[in-house]
Design a protein around this ligand. Structure first.
Ligand SMILES: *Cc1c(COP(=O)(O)O)cnc(C)c1O
Length: 309
């Protein structure tokens, strides 16, 4: 039994009327850990458990850390998540309530990650990378298997890009289901646009800093696989503003009664705010509602006020 669930696939009446297209939503916000990450993380953790690993370590204060904590509890394997001081109390609570040990260390992810890496000298300890792991991508690909098994019709996939694990998984899912011709619309927020900038530069670049509020998209550099895929598959990179992403979160909560992070709002903004330009070539977009457990309604309102002033 996998640790993730087969999530609902729903036709969005609200988004379809708004865009004049037939919009399908893959609701991975409903994974028990609150995001799609559980698909890949669950597969990786199950394999480590079979290999006899006795501790899992993560350095993500976001949805990857939460998914590792959830997987460890399900597999009865202790989990340690090292997070930087910038991690919110809410995120720490979400990790801790999955019975994982939270260690706060350093002012940035680099320092937290360095401490996590130093724990790996013991061969029974397994490190779970948040996005750069081919086995994780295969786990993420299961979302496309489910859509295909449901015999759904779609002519593009809209998704958000952080480190590129979700993108890698979705493309793998398309390929293994004979859908290599289906384009992917890859959305980032401005200030977390490491893939879009790499594509314009023609080579893999690293951002100097992340300036977007969509912290779950905040990888300064995407994994090499994600960049390589842009040269092999029809992947169209676009950016939206933080305000567009936040507005999309607010409207999606009203339309579909689901609270998601701005990282996911970015993909929804492609439909709410940009269906006429970014989706002009398509009639039946499949939007990956990747979710995000750290969202909170007051914060969405606060961001909206700050960003629109
Ligand atoms: C991790 C995450 C992303 C980005 O996924 P990558 O595999 O890093 O590209 C998008 N949205 C949410 C909610 C996430 O947790």
């Amino acid at each position: 039994m996998p640790l993730h669930i087969n999530t609902p696939l729903v036709h969005s009446r609200a988004l379809s009327i708004l865009s004049g297209k037939s919009v399908l939503l893959k609701l991975d916000a409903l994974q028990p850990s609150g995001s799609f990450k559980l698909r890949g993380v669950g597969a990786v953790c199950e394999r480590f458990a079979q290999q006899g690993k006795s501790t899992f370590v993560s350095s993500s204060g976001g949805n990857a850390g939460i998914a590792v904590a959830y997987a460890g509890r399900q597999l009865s394997i202790p989990v340690t998540v090292v997070v930087p001081e910038s991690t919110t109390d809410h995120a720490k609570k979400l990790i801790a309530q999955e019975s994982a040990k939270v260690i706060v260390h350093g002012s940035s992810w680099m320092e937290a990650n360095a401490l996590a890496q130093s724990m790996l000298e013991d061969p029974s300890v397994a490190f779970v990378h948040p996005f750069d792991d081919p086995f994780m991508w295969s786990g993420h690909a299961s979302m496309i298997d489910e859509v295909v098994a449901a015999k759904a019709h779609f002519d593009c996939v809209v998704l958000s890009v952080g480190g590129g694990g979700l993108l890698s998984g979705v493309v793998e899912g398309l390929l293994r289901n004979g859908l290599a011709h289906i384009p992917v619309v890859a959305i980032e927020t401005q200030g977390a646009d490491s893939l879009a900038r790499s594509v314009s530069a023609g080579h893999l670049i690293e951002l100097e800093a992340i300036t977007s509020i969509a912290t779950s998209l905040g990888a300064k550099k995407v994994c090499a696989n994600a960049f390589e895929l842009t040269t092999k598959h029809d992947i169209r990179c676009h950016t939206v503003s933080d305000l567009e992403a936040v507005n999309a979160c607010e409207q999606f909560l009203i339309d579909h009664r689901l609270l998601v992070e701005p990282a996911c709002g970015a993909s929804l903004a492609a439909v709410y705010e940009h269906s006429h330009d970014l989706l002009a070539d398509f009639q039946a977009p499949l939007v990956i509602v990747c979710g995000g457990a750290t969202a909170n309604p007051m914060q969405i309102q606060n961001w909206k006020k700050q960003l629109s002033s």
